[in-house]
Design a protein around this ligand. Structure first.
Ligand SMILES: [Ca+2]
Ligand SMILES: [Ca+2]
Ligand SMILES: [Ca+2]
Ligand SMILES: [Ca+2]
Length: 177
């Protein structure tokens, strides 16, 4: 009986750990072919990871990056862009360009809290690029690292956890009597 109690006590923390850990299990890549020239205007587009394979399960996004193929034609001194991801704040978005000379092509940033949260809600991510000058936007690549579905606490695993706790209670009671 005592052995059984030890087993139950060990089993419960193991179950809690399984629920809490968010080890990367998969990766979803979504490429949007924006393919547009910008000239002192704002371009808006949306990434959708709901139609990719592996299938995205809301709530499982843990990290990722956004890479935009943005380049200047070098027609004059200095071009720039303000890249906004979801809302205008310091989360994920940023700036691109050069004050003097042609800007280095490409822009990449890790997804931060707001962007990951937005993906976890609906699998969509809004991006807007405002041009301070004229340049070209080719494709936009969103890479999302996802956790194993089983490692995200959800009703199913919480029920299992409850069952584990009840099992401990039962074995404790059976020792006392
Ligand atoms: Ca897509
Ligand atoms: Ca933002
Ligand atoms: Ca969203
Ligand atoms: Ca230009």
């Amino acid at each position: 009986m005592f052995k059984q109690l030890i087993k139950s006590v060990i089993a419960v923390p193991a179950l809690v750990l399984t629920c809490a850990s968010a080890v990367q299990a998969g990766q979803i890549i979504d490429v949007e072919d924006v393919d547009q020239a910008i000239s002192w205007s704002t371009l808006e587009y949306q990434h959708n990871i709901n139609d990719e394979f592996p299938v995205f399960v809301p709530g499982t996004a843990i990290s990722g990056s956004l890479s935009i193929d943005i380049s200047d034609d070098g027609d004059r001194w200095g071009e720039g862009a303000v890249i906004v991801v979801e809302n205008l704040d310091f989360d994920t978005g940023g700036t691109w360009g050069a004050i003097w000379g042609s800007a280095t092509p490409g822009w990449v940033n890790d997804l931060e809290i707001e962007a990951i949260a937005s993906l976890n809600v609906d699998g969509f991510l809004n991006v807007s690029i405002s041009g301070l000058g004229d340049f070209y936007v080719g494709s936009s690549t969103l890479t999302v690292n996802t956790a194993d579905v089983a490692s995200v606490p959800e009703p199913g695993s919480l029920a299992l956890l409850a069952l584990g706790l009840i099992a401990v209670g039962v074995s404790r009671r059976s020792i006392q009597h």
